[in-house]
Design a protein around this ligand. Structure first.
Ligand code: SF4
Ligand code: SF4
Ligand code: SF4
Length: 245
């Protein structure tokens, strides 16, 4: 009997599921070891009988809580997929506004008809067994984590900061170029891809264990970045970590 896996989504753009669908030949290899019983983005069938649930997106409405609890009750293992699910991600930007303001911006005058509350990661509502970080997730990391789960192991996820991978990649530090970067406090695993491509780290993989947010904020201020620039960067992905509910 192959383990049964299912994919679910809450508030998010479905980019993480797209990463899985785009695994191509690696996906065929995975499919030879598991049975996919639910994956709305690529198939029409659905079954409530599954062993591992991969869940994308944030909890943003009171009614989401009953649904994620139901998924949790059916799954032996629940994996949060992507920044929205693991840390709240970009959905948490609205947590810094009043509900009246963000409802009006999104729904206009119909805002009062929509139930919505402060966005939160899955672990604020249910037990999460493993987290796949990033916006979107890294395809190779997904394939490795599935393999580890099938072998009955707790998936290994890096606990050191992006700076380690950035140095290995031979990048010039953004701070030495007079720019800002969150690689000092962000969990590695992406290979510092944004810096390598000429940008900076926005923190999409969440805060690394033992990272010191206050020290990072102070260092950014000392490098000449004003309070608003630092605040806006921290809020972009790390809103729930930076100012939890
Ligand atoms: S983490 Fe990024 S890619 Fe995944 S659902 Fe959220 S916004 Fe989309
Ligand atoms: S550019 Fe960013 S990730 Fe790279 S070393 Fe500097 S702070 Fe760290
Ligand atoms: S460099 Fe930072 S923002 Fe870019 S993928 Fe890695 S963790 Fe995310």
């Amino acid at each position: 009997m192959k383990p049964k896996i299912a994919f679910f989504d809450f508030a998010g753009c479905e980019g993480d599921q797209l990463q899985v669908a785009n695994l191509e030949e690696k996906l065929l290899d995975i499919l030879s070891h598991v049975e996919v019983v639910s994956f709305r983005e690529v198939m029409t069938g659905h079954s409530d009988d599954y062993d591992i649930a991969f869940v994308e997106g944030s909890i943003t409405r009171p009614e989401d809580e009953a649904r994620i609890k139901d998924i949790r009750s059916k799954a032996k293992y629940l994996v949060a997929l992507g920044a929205c699910a693991t840390i709240g991600g970009v959905n948490c930007i609205k947590n810094f506004m009043s509900p009246d303001v963000y409802k009006e911006r999104v729904y206009g005058t119909s805002g009062r008809w929509y139930s919505t509350y402060a966005a939160r990661p899955l672990k604020k509502v249910v037990k999460v067994d493993a987290e796949l970080h990033g916006c979107p997730i890294d395809r190779s990391e997904f394939a490795r984590v599935v393999k580890e789960l099938l072998l009955g192991r707790q998936p290994w996820i890096p606990d050191y900061p992006v700076c380690v991978e950035c140095k290995k990649a031979g990048n010039i530090c953004r701070y030495d170029l007079g720019r800002i970067c969150l690689g000092t406090i962000t969990r590695a695993g992406c290979g510092a891809c944004c810096v390598t491509e000429g940008a900076h780290c926005w923190g999409c993989r969440g805060v690394a264990p033992k990272a010191n947010l206050d020290a990072a904020r102070e260092a950014m201020n000392k490098n000449g970045f004003d309070h608003k620039t630092v605040r806006d960067l921290l809020r972009f992905f790390l809103g729930d970590t930076y100012a939890p509910l």
